[in-house]
Write a protein that binds this ligand. Structure first.
Ligand SMILES: [Zn+2]
Length: 169
């Protein structure tokens, strides 16, 4: 496992540079190396740190540089903080974050896709209904034309034109 010395994010061994910082990655040699877990702000940050602390995982926070100017103006610490945990506790800390809903696992995103699908099916059903209605109208028109053709064959043109005239008088 490798990590970025700048943002502290973990990377796979086959990666050479950090995707975000474009900096060369370091190999983790010390299990206590602080690594990036999640970035959070305000109460969410407190909630995550408290949950980690309950599980006996020490954590550290590192303010994102870009938020410094906003803090000096408001004086309120609402900036995003990168929460760091020791590398050896990373997996456990990650699971805790998933458990308290701070991190969404890939599986949950698939469920969200599943929620989206029924509405898709609904619209398909609607389209099918509309198609059905269309074919009903088509069948009625066809039936009327067939009746007129039969009328033409049986009663002749005069009877039909007389019938249609009667309809409109
Ligand atoms: Zn980085």
């Amino acid at each position: 496992m490798k990590y970025c010395n700048s943002c502290r994010k973990l990377h796979n061994d086959n990666e050479e540079t950090c995707k975000e910082c474009k900096k060369p990655l370091n190999v983790i040699e010390d299990n206590n190396t602080p690594v990036f877990l999640i970035s959070a702000e305000g109460f969410e940050k407190d909630r995550i740190i408290a949950a980690l602390s309950d599980a006996g995982i020490p954590s550290d926070t590192k303010r994102r540089k870009k938020d410094n100017s906003a803090n000096t103006v408001t004086g309120v610490d609402m900036s995003d903080l990168n929460i760091l945990v020791p590398y050896q506790a990373y997996k456990k800390a990650y699971d805790i974050c998933v458990g308290i809903g701070a991190i969404k696992e890939e599986g949950e995103e698939i469920i969200e896709d599943g929620v989206y699908e029924p509405s898709n099916e609904k619209s398909l059903d609607k389209q099918f209904e509309e198609l059905n209605d269309g074919s009903k109208v088509g069948r009625i028109v066809l039936a009327l034309m067939l009746l007129i053709l039969i009328g033409l064959a049986v009663f002749g043109t005069d009877a039909i034109t007389g019938f249609i005239k009667n309809l409109f008088i």
